[in-house]
Design a protein around this ligand. Structure first.
Ligand code: B12
Ligand code: SF4
Ligand code: SF4
Length: 280
């Protein structure tokens, strides 16, 4: 029997509501973060593992040959389900102020937020198995790896970082949104939030991508350039990974054991919406 996609989405949303960990409380809470809800409900997109775009991701100018295909993560894969968890207004607004200080709410949403996302995908895995399908979550799979290299080798200022499964690229393939100047992915709920994905052997039916170009949703307004405390973003060259990474390391020394920045994702026109949709 064909999968009822809308019913499936309702059930995956219900699992999100029931999943523990989206609220910060007790001893873990940093100053002012008691009862903080990190994420709003997910937005989903589905793509086919046979979509030629996954092969394109292996080109060196996109991700590179280390990108692992959906069917290699999970033999018999029929669907890639990608989702965006938008940060709540409380998380987003907390990080709009002071340019150099990452808000405690954002720090929680980066660290405990990813823990919650991992727990949610584990619940989704169990759910698909209960439906008789198999499932794999690349982000928590032991084969997941991030490779960093300096490109070209004679210029130590250009850092290329590529994981063997990129959440933003899977989301792009699944119709969830497009990239932007900062290399973040803007969804219909904006850029401030986190992406996750699960590969399943159930045939769900791919969503149409409502865009053509890789950067369609970015209006190139430059607001993120002014927000970046590390001077990592420019209208001419986009985002410099090395400068961003070094800033991130600095936040780790400051807020250890947490880290994060996200100034380029808050106080900008793409924070919680598509700033402009190009007419097609
Ligand atoms: C490594 C990493 C980092 C590194 C390097 C970033 C990088 N290389 O992308 C560092 C430490 C710098 C970093 C920083 C941050 N990160 Co980070 N990071 C990752 C991680 C683990 C892997 C990224 C990766 O593999 N990239 C692959 C490379 C190749 O991507 P890329 O160079 O950007 O890709 C370009 C090319 O493909 C190009 N392109 C050229 N031709 C073509 C053709 C086609 C068809 C396409 C599609 C593209 C394309 O377009 C892309 C954009 O320019 C992901 C999690 C994951 N597994 O996906 C999170 C992730 C990207 N990070 C995330 C976040 C939130 C952050 C921070 C805000 C930190 C924070 N929370 O405070 C900052 C800032 C990021 C930003 N400005 O967008 C989110 C992004 C959410 C979003 N809305 O987009 C992710 C997806 C984590 C998550 N689960 O949500 N991160
Ligand atoms: S702030 Fe403007 S230039 Fe920067 S990513 Fe958002 S829409 Fe693009
Ligand atoms: S996360 Fe911070 S340092 Fe990195 S690009 Fe965005 S604003 Fe700049």
């Amino acid at each position: 029997m064909a999968t009822d996609k809308q019913q499936l989405i309702r059930e995956m949303t219900e699992i999100f509501r029931e999943c523990d960990g989206n609220v910060i409380g007790g001893d873990t809470a940093l100053d002012g973060c008691s009862s903080l809800i990190m994420f709003e409900e997910p937005v989903f997109g589905v793509s086919s593992p046979d979509d030629g775009i996954y092969r394109e991701f292996m080109k060196k100018e996109v991700i590179g040959p280390n990108f692992v295909q959906p069917g290699e993560w999970l033999p018999g894969a029929k669907s890639v389900i990608s989702f965006f968890l938008p940060f709540t207004e409380r998380v987003r607004s907390s990080n709009r102020g002071t340019p150099e200080e990452t808000s405690p709410e954002w720090l929680h949403a980066r660290i405990e937020g990813q823990d919650f996302l991992n727990a949610y995908t584990e619940r989704l895995k169990e759910y698909f198995r209960s439906r008789g399908a198999d499932a794999c979550v690349p982000a928590t799979d032991s084969r997941f790896a991030v490779r960093a290299s300096v490109l070209p080798p004679w210029n130590r200022k250009v850092l290329h970082i590529a994981s063997n499964w990129s959440e933003r690229h899977a989301a792009y393939a699944s119709g969830l949104g497009t990239f932007c100047l900062t290399r973040g992915l803007i969804s219909e709920k904006g850029v401030a939030g986190r992406y996750g994905s699960i590969i399943v052997t159930e045939e769900i039916g791919a969503d149409k991508r409502p865009y053509e170009g890789v950067y369609d949703y970015c209006i190139m307004c430059g607001a993120c350039v002014k927000r970046c405390p590390a001077g990592a973003i420019s209208l001419k060259h986009g985002k410099n990974q090395l400068k961003c990474k070094l800033w991130m390391d600095k936040t780790n020394r400051k807020y250890d054991p947490r880290y994060g920045c996200g100034k380029c994702q808050t106080g900008v026109p793409c924070e919680d919406r598509i700033p402009r949709v190009r007419s097609m």
